[in-house]
Every structure is written in C-alpha cells, then in structure tokens.
Design a protein. Structure first.
Length: 156
C-alpha cells in the first residue's frame, strides 16, 4: 500500500526496497516534480492535454461523526461517518474517483463502504479507548488516511 500525503509543490522522492529470502535487497528510486492544479479546475475536464497527463487526484478525508468529546456508554453503538473527496495536484496520473472507504479501530478493520455516504455503524463496543481512522482508496490505487479520531466508551 502506498499512502500519499498531499504536498502543494516541490520534488517528491519515492524509494521502494525489496528483499529476498536470503536477505539480499534492491532499491528503486523515482523523483518527480509536483505543481498545484490551477484553483477551481478539474484535472479531467479543465486542463490542457499537456497538463492533464501530469495530474494526480488523491483522496482527502474529513470526520463528520462522531463529534469530538461525544460521550458513549458501553456496550455502545456508534455511527462512524466521513466525507471523502478528491484533491488535485499535478504529477503523473490521470483523473480518478473514490472506490471505497475503510474504517479501522486500533488498526483493526471494522468495515468497508463502497459509495457515499461513507457511513459505518459499529455496534457492541465495550468500554475502552479506541483510536479510529478511515482510509479512502481511489480506482487508481491511491490511498488517503484521516486523522486519528479518539473514541472513549465508559461504563456509566
């Protein structure tokens, strides 16, 4: 999995290292320059052919629910909801769409939603502290991850 963190411009250096069963490794490195897409323009429809072929659109996630500080008493049922959209910077990939959002608690997959609204109902939650994230995947395989959302479930 490649997790892409958005940047607004500059050079990105990507390195991949592969190891075999004997511990030998090889490294492949690529460097490319990133420019911002012009404000308000879509990589798929508004840019010239030259610009369009160097456009990356990556997922951006924002939490809708639950709200920070919201109180939960266990066993609880909590609706997790995010918005997922495509942000654009120019680089090397054409237009893309969100294919699914996955919800995780303490790095364990809770569920997957394939279309908006990206909402998952998590039930039977026992008292404890949970660190919840959401990951959006695009049709071209780019991944965007939300900030960690802390959920506390109490006994009373």
């Amino acid at each position: 999995m490649l997790a892409y963190q958005p940047i607004t411009g500059g050079s990105i250096r990507v390195a991949a290292v592969a190891w075999d069963d004997d511990g030998a490794s090889t490294t492949s490195v690529a460097t490319f320059t990133v420019r911002e897409c012009p404000a308000g323009q879509s990589c798929a429809t508004d840019l010239t052919a030259d610009d369009r072929e160097c456009c990356i659109e990556f997922p951006v996630i924002h939490w809708v629910a639950p709200k920070p500080g919201q109180r939960h008493v266990g066993p609880a049922t909590i609706t997790l909801e995010v918005t997922a959209s495509i942000a654009q910077v120019t680089a090397s990939i054409a237009s893309d769409t969100i294919s699914a959002v996955e919800f995780f608690a303490n790095e364990r997959l809770l569920g997957r939603v394939a279309k908006p609204p990206f909402r998952y109902t998590w039930s039977g939650i026992q008292p404890g502290t949970y660190y919840v994230t959401a990951r959006a995947r695009t049709e071209l395989g780019l991944v965007g991850e939300s900030d960690v959302h802390t959920i506390r479930v109490t006994t009373h």
